[in-house]
Design a protein around this ligand. Structure first.
Ligand code: GAL
Ligand code: CA
Length: 346
């Protein structure tokens, strides 16, 4: 003991040392757990199924956008809402920083939002729009999609342009358009609104429409081929145009038409689709698909990832970070583009 060092003084000094030491250990623990968290940081992505050409493009763009940033963990629900609900529960359990969902059943989004709200994990929906009441449950929920009405109007405009420039398109010369429509999944906003605005726009342009038939092919090429074969069996050559809610189904219709002898020996049928997937663009080039509407998978995938990234980083996403404007605070609408052979119609 040095002069002036009482036992009480010594105890105070060692307690102070002990306190500093424990602060030091705590700091080390905190910094190592922070870097541990960083390694595990991820954004969960659940896609409604893995065999849909368009949503697969979106998935690829989400993955590309994530490179060098917060990584994504992607799971596909194979069209089963129960499987998707399991994905969400797992992502929450694994501590996702944000979740991107392409819902199987968009009307089931409320339950997903509620779960993520309780766990405080921000959510971004893509391609299948949740109902407005569900979007209102929580403010850390965003939607990225495209205005389905616009796609319907664009499909119509491509056809209107063709109809008024090709008098022979009215095959039976009755002054009316006899057509069939091949629809996507019932209840999907892109099925209902694309079909509704397609017909509205044709009528507004002064075309008298006579819908011979319509049915769903659930976005699938093979189902559409069967459906088109059935339409041909019942209506034969009285069909003057085929409208499909997406390219996969337009291509299926083209398969059936080719089997029935169309697109050779001067037999033609105008077929219009939507999405501009690579196979659709090829069909535009070879002249079997009259037109399509570019559904911008790149824009949608990038915007969804950027929003999720901002939310995962604790920021409120803004236009500068997303690269696209926000509407009604939590919606991003990526524009469609009309496409015909050789060029874009503006
Ligand atoms: C639509 C697209 C369809 C299909 C569907 C799935 O936007 O046009 O081809 O991918 O989404 O939800
Ligand atoms: Ca006619």
């Amino acid at each position: 003991m040095k002069p002036g060092e009482t036992p009480a003084f010594m105890i105070a000094v060692s307690m102070r040392r002990l306190f500093l030491l424990s602060l030091f250990i705590l700091a080390i623990q905190l910094s190592s757990s922070a870097s541990g968290n960083k390694e595990e940081l991820f954004i969960g992505v659940s896609i409604y199924r893995s065999d849909d050409a368009f949503t697969e493009e979106e998935r690829q763009w989400i993955e590309k956008e994530s490179l060098g940033q917060i990584p994504v963990k992607v799971r596909a629900a194979e069209n089963k809402q129960s499987l998707q609900n399991d994905h969400i529960a797992q992502f929450i359990e694994e501590g996702a920083a944000a979740i991107i969902v392409n819902p199987v059943d968009r009307t089931a989004s409320g339950a997903i939002i509620e779960k993520c709200r309780q766990a405080d994990i921000p959510l971004v929906f893509i391609n299948r729009e949740p109902l407005a009441d569900d979007m209102a449950i929580w403010d850390k929920v965003y939607y990225v999609g495209a205005r389905a009405e616009a796609a319907g109007r664009f499909e119509a405009r491509i056809f209107i342009n063709y109809w008024f420039n090709h008098p022979e398109a009215d095959k039976n010369g009755d002054g009316k358009l006899q057509f069939v429509i091949i629809k996507g999944e019932p209840g999907h906003q892109d099925t209902e609104l694309r079909s509704e605005y397609l017909m509205k726009t044709l009528a507004e342009a002064g075309i008298v429409i006579d819908r011979l038939d319509e049915d769903t092919a659930l976005w699938e090429r093979e189902r559409a081929e069967d459906l088109m074969s059935a339409f041909l069996a019942s209506h034969g050559d009285s069909i003057e145009a085929v409208f499909a809610n997406n390219d996969q189904m337009a291509l299926g219709a083209i398969d059936a038409l080719q089997n029935a002898g169309y697109f050779s020996n001067g037999r033609y049928m105008p077929v219009i689709g939507c999405d501009a997937i690579p196979d659709g663009l090829e069909a535009l080039d070879d002249g079997t698909l009259l037109g399509t509407v570019l559904n911008d998978a790149e824009g949608q995938g990038k915007a969804a990832y950027r929003i999720a990234y901002e939310l995962a980083s604790g920021r409120i996403p803004d236009e500068a970070a997303i690269g696209y404007p926000l509407t009604d605070e939590r919606y991003v609408w990526i524009p469609y583009t009309m496409m015909i052979q050789g060029n874009h119609l503006l």
